[in-house]
Design a protein around this ligand. Structure first.
Ligand code: FES
Length: 574
C-alpha cells in the first residue's frame, strides 16, 4: 500500500531549485552540512534556553547533544537555536515580566525558520510556559525536554529544599535562631548540582504539568538533571520528535480540554505551585481551549494530596524519582483523569502508566490513604477579589483558613520593606497583612512577593504564619496562609486599592469567601479620591507589557498574543 507522504514544511526553503534555494542552502553549508541533509529529512529545531544567567538551565548544551544524537539516529536534521532565557533568581524586577516576551521570541523563531518539528528545552520556572505558549501558537510538532531538578540539598545531615529553606532560614536568622555564618554556609549546600529547584516549586510543577499534559515522554519530569537517565531521555526525545513529524502529531492534537483537566488534577495531587494556574491559563489561551479560574477549584480542589514533597511535605524531587515519579501519581489518579488522552509518544496515559510502581509510600501516598484530603488550589471571591484570588490550602495553616482580622496595609513593596520591621508598626498575629500594587500592571510583572516575611517582632514571638493578601504571586517553594493573584489588581482600581489600615477582612476558604468589611458607599467614596499609580517605565517592552497584559485570572498573557497564527509564512525574504 503506498503511503501519501506529507510535504515537509522545510522544503519551502531547502527544496527550492532557484536562487532562493541557493541562498537558503549555501549559507547553511558553511557549517559543514552535506548536501543530502537538505533533502527529505525532517528539520528539527532544538529550542535551547541555555544561559549562564539561568543557572537552572546551565547544563542544556550537554543535553542538547543527546537530543541531537537522537534526531540524527532517527533520520532528522537537528538545528539548535537560542531563545530568550528567563532566570528566576537574577532577573529584575521579576522573570514573569518577560514570560510573554520570551514566548514571542519562541513563536517567531519557530515560524520564521525552516523547521518541521521542535524540541523545547525547559527548566527554570518561566522557561517552560514561555516555550509552550510560543510553540502552541505555531502548532508544528513539538515535544518538551524538561531539564530536571537538582540533587537534594544537604546541610548538616539534613535534606534542604531550594527556596523552601531560604524562607525558613531567613525567618530563623531574623529570629536569632541561626547565625549569619551558618546562613552563608547553607547557600552552597542547597544548590550542589545542575538542575532546577528540587522542591515542588514552580519549575518542578511545570515539569509535572508538561508530563500530565502529555507533552513530554512518560517519567520525564522527575529524573535529576545530573542522572545519566536524563541524557537517555534527551536522546529518546530526539528520536521521538522525528517520528512525530512523520506522523504529523501537533500540540493541538495533545493540548485538548481533557489534557488541561488532567493537568489541573495532577497538580492538586502533587501539591503544585499556585503559579501553575497563571501559566496553564495562558497556554490554554494560545490553543483556544476554554479554561477559567473556577475550573481549577471545581476540578482540583477535591483531589487528595498524594505527594509528600516540600513545601507542602517533607521530601524532594530526587526522592520522587526514586519512588516511581509522576507515572505513579497518574496511575493512582486513574479514576479521576482522562486516561485515554494522547501523549507525545503516540500512546495514552493509560498505556504509559499501566506498569507504574510505587517504591516508597512515604513519598507517594496511596489514593486510598492520602497525605491530605481535598488539597487542590481554592479560588476565593468577594468584594476584595471580584474576579477571584487563589490560595494553596496544602501549604496553609488550617486554623487560619477561616479568619477575621484587622488590615495592616502596605501601599507597595517599598512601603513594605520600609515599615515591616519597625517596632512601632501596629500589628499582631491576628492581623491581615495587605500588599498592594504587585499585580501584572502594578509592579509591573506580578512578582513573587505575596508570601511577605512576617514582622521581626512577631517572628521573635515565635509566630510562623499570618493571613497575607496581595495581587502578586508567591514562589512555588513558599508556604503560608497566603491569598494571591487578587483580581482585579489594585493598580487598575480593584477594591484592593481601597483597603485602609484598620478595615476588617474576612477569609473563609471553606465557603470560598474573601470579604472587605467596608460598605459599598464608603468604597465608592474612596474610589473617587484614588488615582492610577504613575507607571514605573514608559517606553520599550515594559510599556507595551503594561498596556496589553491581561489580569491574572486570565493568565496574564498579552491581549494580542491570545490565540495562534499557525506556521504559514506567505512571503519569502529575498
Ligand atoms: Fe530556577 Fe527555581 S530558580 S527553578
Amino acid at each position: 500500500m503506498s503511503e501519501t507522504k506529507k510535504k515537509l514544511r522545510s522544503e519551502e526553503w531547502f527544496g527550492k531549485t532557484d536562487k532562493m534555494g541557493f541562498i537558503y542552502r549555501s549559507w547553511m553549508k558553511n557549517q559543514g552540512f552535506p548536501e543530502d541533509m537538505f533533502h527529505g529529512k525532517p528539520v528539527i529545531g532544538i529550542c535551547n534556553t541555555w544561559s549562564e544567567l539561568t543557572p537552572c538551565n546551565s547544563h542544556f548544551r550537554i543535553l542538547a547533544e543527546s537530543i541531537r544524537h537522537g534526531i540524527y539516529e532517527a533520520g532528522g536534521f537537528p538545528l539548535e537555536f537560542p531563545v530568550m532565557s528567563l532566570g528566576e533568581t537574577l532577573m529584575k524586577p521579576t522573570a514573569m515580566l518577560y514570560r510573554n516576551l520570551a514566548s514571542m521570541d519562541v513563536e517567531e523563531s519557530i515560524r520564521a525558520n525552516p523547521l518541521d518539528g521542535v524540541v523545547l528545552m525547559t527548566g527554570c520556572d518561566k522557561t517552560t510556559p514561555s516555550l509552550l505558549m510560543g510553540a502552541a501558537s505555531v502548532d508544528i510538532p513539538s515535544i518538551v525536554l524538561p531539564g530536571g531538578p537538582m540533587l537534594n540539598g544537604k546541610f548538616r545531615g539534613q535534606d534542604i529544599g531550594s527556596g523552601t529553606h531560604v524562607w525558613k532560614f531567613t525567618d530563623e536568622l531574623k529570629a536569632g535562631q541561626m547565625t549569619p555564618k551558618d546562613y552563608l554556609q547553607a547557600e552552597s549546600c542547597m544548590s550542589r548540582s545542575n538542575g532546577h529547584c528540587m522542591t515542588m516549586g514552580t519549575a518542578s510543577t511545570m515539569a509535572c504539568m508538561v508530563e500530565s499534559l502529555g507533552m513530554t515522554l512518560p517519567g520525564g519530569a522527575a529524573i535529576p538533571a545530573v542522572d545519566s537517565r536524563r541524557k537517555v531521555l534527551a536522546h529518546m526525545v530526539g528520536r521521538r520528535i522525528v517520528e512525530m513529524v512523520k506522523a504529523d502529531i501537533r500540540p493541538s492534537a495533545i493540548l485538548t480540554r481533557q489534557a488541561f483537566e488532567n493537568a489541573i488534577k495532577v497538580n492538586a495531587a502533587i501539591g503544585g505551585s499556585t503559579n501553575f494556574i497563571i501559566h496553564l491559563l495562558a497556554i490554554a489561551g494560545r490553543v483556544g481551549v476554554e479554561l477559567n479560574l473556577d475550573d481549577f477549584d471545581k476540578l482540583g480542589s477535591q483531589i487528595p494530596l498524594l505527594l509528600n514533597l516540600m513545601p507542602s511535605g517533607k521530601y524532594l524531587m530526587e526522592d520522587f524519582y526514586y519512588s516511581g515519579g509522576l507515572p505513579v501519581i497518574i496511575n493512582q489518579l486513574k479514576e479521576h483523569l482522562h486516561m485515554d488522552a494522547l501523549t507525545v509518544n503516540g500512546r495514552t496515559h493509560a498505556q504509559n502508566t499501566e506498569d507504574a510502581c510505587c517504591y516508597n509510600s512515604e513519598v507517594i501516598y496511596n489514593i486510598n490513604k492520602p497525605l491530605q484530603e481535598a488539597a487542590g488550589i481554592a479560588v476565593v471571591k468577594g468584594n476584595l477579589a471580584e474576579n477571584g484570588a487563589v490560595i494553596k490550602p496544602s501549604a496553609a495553616t488550617p486554623a487560619l483558613m477561616k479568619h477575621r482580622g484587622r488590615a495592616v496595609v502596605f501601599e507597595n513593596i517599598e512601603d513594605y520593606h520600609a515599615r515591616v520591621d519597625d517596632p512601632k508598626l501596629d500589628i499582631d498575629e491576628t492581623c491581615v497583612m495587605v500588599l498592594k500594587n504587585v499585580g501584572p500592571k502594578g509592579y509591573p510583572g506580578m512578582p513573587e512577593v505575596g508570601n511577605m516575611t512576617l514582622p521581626q517582632k512577631l517572628l521573635n514571638k515565635g509566630i510562623t504564619d499570618m493571613v497575607r493578601i496581595s495581587d502578586g504571586r508567591m514562589s512555588g517553594t513558599a508556604y503560608g496562609t497566603v491569598i494571591l493573584h487578587v483580581s482585579p489588581e489594585s493598580a487598575i482600581g480593584g477594591n484592593l486599592a481601597f483597603v485602609q489600615n484598620g478595615d476588617m477582612i474576612e477569609l473563609d476558604v471553606k465557603n470560598r469567601r474573601l470579604h472587605l468589611d467596608v460598605s459599598d458607599e464608603e468604597l465608592l467614596k474612596r474610589r473617587r479620591g484614588w488615582r492610577t499609580p504613575d507607571p514605573i517605565m514608559d517606553r520599550g517592552y515594559v510599556s507595551l507589557y503594561v498596556q496589553h497584559v491581561q489580569q491574572s485570572h486570565l493568565g496574564a498573557d498579552m491581549d494580542f498574543l491570545v490565540g495562534n497564527s499557525g506556521s504559514d509564512v506567505p512571503r519569502d525574504s529575498h
